[in-house]
Design a protein around this ligand. Structure first.
Ligand code: NAP
Length: 293
């Protein structure tokens, strides 16, 4: 590690809890490669201390902050400005602290998702139909990202249908060139929706534990479709294993995590971080974690 001196500046991820975060090793590897005299740490911030923590960051000369669960939406009232993407998504995962202390909120999850399916799935999102299963925070960012890249239609399916309808209702007026559809989370509805889609994306937490059912039946997946799984706790999730057996192009969630982090670092530094390095550091830690559990 570069020696920490009086000149070293700090960036951090805040969450509650946050000790599981793999952002510190991933970000510090990229920071070192860029030759920056910065250090990136994880800071546990209880929800009741969020305002004080953000105000503290403003005056401590910090570079920037990543926000993770549960702060992505609740941090917004404490910021000075939001960029267009964060405004559309209604959530912030990156705060840029400007030299004058102004706090600008960004959301790089959408970039992480779209760049990953385009780079690793070799899919051009413009003009495609995308099926997103799930309607939590990640699904909202993924939906906005796909729409920003010019997806023709986004089909949302979620166990709690109202959450999918809320995403479609919020994003349709902003991305009015994209068609929005909500379908039931039933095998037949998913089969029908998958049959009309070039990309099937799991944005539920299904797959994080060994006995979870698949978010969609394997038989609904066709060869040459791209299947993306946001879950990154194992390199090959049950969904990706099933998709591979069907001849689909499989893309895991680690790439999204690495690219959203790279975009944050790019916003703070004005430099282009090494995304491949960040992904390889992340994968190394994920493999170590999988072996030890
Ligand atoms: P969230 O807001 O809590 O949403 C969870 C989603 O999963 C909801 O749609 C929920 O449906 C659904 N779900 C949970 N259990 C289910 C079940 N038994 N059957 C069907 N649906 C179920 O969480 P999130 O922040 O969106 O995160 C979702 C996943 O993305 C997590 O696994 C997380 O690890 C992963 N993630 C990945 C990245 C990345 O960069 N790759 C980044 C952040 C998160 P209901 O609405 O019906 O509850």
């Amino acid at each position: 590690m570069t020696e920490i001196t009086g000149h070293t500046r700090v960036a951090a991820v805040i969450g509650w809890p946050v000790d599981h975060s793999l952002s510190p090793p991933m970000q510090n590897a990229a920071i070192r490669a860029l030759g920056l005299d910065w250090v990136y740490i994880a800071l546990p911030v209880h929800p009741s201390h969020l305002r004080v923590a953000v105000e503290g960051a403003r005056v401590l000369g910090m570079i920037g902050i990543n926000c993770t669960i549960p702060h992505k939406e609740s941090v917004i009232p404490y910021l000075d400005e939001l960029d267009q993407t964060a405004r559309a998504i209604g959530a912030v995962n990156t705060i840029h602290i400007k030299p004058d202390g102004k706090l600008i909120g960004h959301n790089t999850d959408a970039y992480g998702f779209t760049q990953t399916v385009m780079a690793e799935g070799e899919l051009i999102l413009k003009g495609t139909t995308v099926l997103i299963i799930g309607a939590g925070g990640v699904a909202r960012g993924m939906s906005a990202g796909a729409a920003m890249e010019g997806a023709k239609k986004i089909i949302l399916a979620n166990r709690t249908r109202e959450r999918a309808e809320k995403i479609a209702g919020d994003l349709a007026p902003i991305f009015h060139e994209t068609q929005w559809e909500v379908v039931q989370l039933s095998p037949s509805s998913l089969r029908n929706a998958a049959g009309r889609s070039q990309l099937i994306a799991n944005a539920t937490s299904l797959g994080m534990t060994a006995n979870d059912p698949l978010p969609i039946e394997a038989e609904s997946i066709a060869p040459d479709q791209v299947v993306f799984d946001t879950v990154y706790s194992t390199p090959e999730t049950p969904l990706l294993k099933a998709a591979k057996s069907r001849g689909a192009i499989c893309v895991g969630g680690a790439g999204m995590l690495a690219r959203q982090g790279a975009k944050s670092l790019a916003l703070w530094s004005g430099l282009q971080p090494d995304e491949d390095l960040m992904l390889s550091v992340l994968q190394k830690h994920l493999r170590a974690r999988a072996t030890s559990s």
